[in-house]
Design a protein around this ligand. Structure first.
Ligand code: AHN
Ligand code: ZN
Length: 333
């Protein structure tokens, strides 16, 4: 009897020491991260710098494929990334848009620690939409979108992350992929609704990755991450393909105090670059996207209007997203 109680006591003590959780160290699937384990070093995301990266892109004018502004911005993005890493690839492709236009497209890819087999993919689209087809004034429906939030915001955050990774090695492989021709999807006034007319650059990259056989542990897409009071909700394509990544990113954001931004609400599927990264190349990838089905358009008010300019960009939102993504990256080594 005495022997038994002693053994039981010992087992209980051991059980308590492990935190009572038999599954604690069990790797259930590809990425199981609940709370930040140890204190990891995370560089400080500079929102002023990110903001300037957004402003610089917008200053080129709308980055619509086949325009001089698009070419100039591509060169600037390549040169800016070259300041932060020598590994920059510009993948050129002629892509056919749904209206028949052949787009002179370029995906711009920057790699950190290219030899490291443990990799993370960060992406955003850098092009802007040729038609402001959701503008309240129909006279603007054939004008291009300035794309400060829709496009430049995600790129601005990733450029600042690249700048930080140059100063402080994240200790794992990171690929930043700036997709082109995301926003050339069919004009609203046309019938078709050919969904695959969006995200042409990511479809091309997913079929022809910059490194043959490329893969990554997970991916994070940033889209429309610059407006004030965003609602980053749990989008359905992300939840279907990458629920663990969703949980990891949302948990990280909440641990940093950003639960008002990263909301625990499930929302419907969105056709965006992450769909093809998931479906074609099979990297579990989430979309951090400002989407609230209770809004008129779902997206921010100025979405696909000529008002999507620097006036609506919030440094605080850029900082919240940048801090969250940097923390996820540096705690993934
Ligand atoms: C659709 O409207 C089908 N998808 C939204 C993807 C998008 C457009 N992201 C930015 N602009
Ligand atoms: Zn768009």
């Amino acid at each position: 009897m005495k022997k038994f109680t002693l053994a039981a006591l010992l087992i209980s003590v051991l059980w308590l020491m492990t935190g009572c959780d038999g599954n604690k160290n069990k790797k259930t699937s590809s990425e199981t991260v609940d709370q930040p384990k140890e204190k990891v070093f995370v560089p400080e995301f500079n929102a002023d710098s990110a903001y300037n990266f957004v402003a610089k892109q917008v200053a080129f004018g709308p980055r619509v494929p086949n325009t001089p502004a698009h070419l100039k911005c591509a060169a600037w993005l390549e040169n800016t990334l070259l300041r932060f890493t020598p590994q920059v690839v510009v993948q050129k492709a002629k892509l056919r848009a749904s209206d028949g236009t052949m787009l002179d497209a370029r995906n711009i890819i920057a790699s950190f620690n290219p030899e490291n087999r443990s990799r993370v993919l960060l992406c955003a689209h850098w092009d802007s939409r040729p038609w402001a087809d959701h503008d309240p004034d129909p006279a603007n429906h054939r004008k291009p979108v300035p794309g400060a939030n829709d496009g430049a915001s995600g790129v601005g955050v990733l450029l600042e992350i690249a700048r930080q990774m140059n100063m402080h090695n994240p200790g794992l492989g990171v690929d930043i992929v700036l997709f082109d021709a995301e926003d050339y999807g069919e004009h609203q006034e046309l019938q078709g609704n050919t969904d695959h007319s969006w995200a042409l650059g990511s479809q091309h990259w997913a079929r022809n990755p910059h490194v043959p056989g490329y893969s990554a542990r997970f991916g994070i897409l940033l889209d429309m991450v610059g407006a004030a009071s965003p609602a980053f909700t749990m989008e359905q394509v992300s939840m279907y393909y990458a629920p663990d990544i969703m949980r990891k990113v949302w948990n990280t954001a909440h641990s940093l105090g950003y639960q008002a931004y990263f909301q625990n609400r499930k929302t419907g599927p969105i056709t965006d670059d992450h769909l093809y990264v998931n479906e074609i190349i099979g990297i579990p990838t989430i979309d951090i996207i400002d989407y609230d089905p209770n809004r008129e358009k779902g997206f921010f008010d100025q979405w696909h209007t000529v008002e999507d300019d620097m006036d609506i960009i919030s440094k605080e939102t850029l900082r919240v997203v940048g801090h969250t993504v940097l923390t996820v990256v540096y705690s993934s080594r």
